[in-house]
Design a protein around this ligand. Structure first.
Ligand SMILES: [Zn+2]
Length: 62
């Protein structure tokens, strides 16, 4: 994984950056939670776009 502090490319399972010694380990649970949140965000985005389209249709319908 790439170190967020110095952009050094480390091993995938590295816990500490080889270049700047920063702690770069991210617990799998956090990664899963983040992926889940991204999925929910995308779903909400779709719903919002759909709702806006509906609203626009209602407004322009006379
Ligand atoms: Zn680093």
């Amino acid at each position: 994984m790439i170190c967020p502090f110095c952009r050094h490319e480390n091993h995938k399972e590295a816990l500490v950056c080889a270049a700047c010694a920063s702690d770069i380990a991210v617990p799998q649970a956090l990664i899963d939670e983040r992926d889940d949140l991204i999925r929910k965000r995308d779903a909400m985005r779709d719903q919002l776009a759909h709702a806006r389209g509906e609203l626009q249709r209602l407004r322009t319908r006379k």
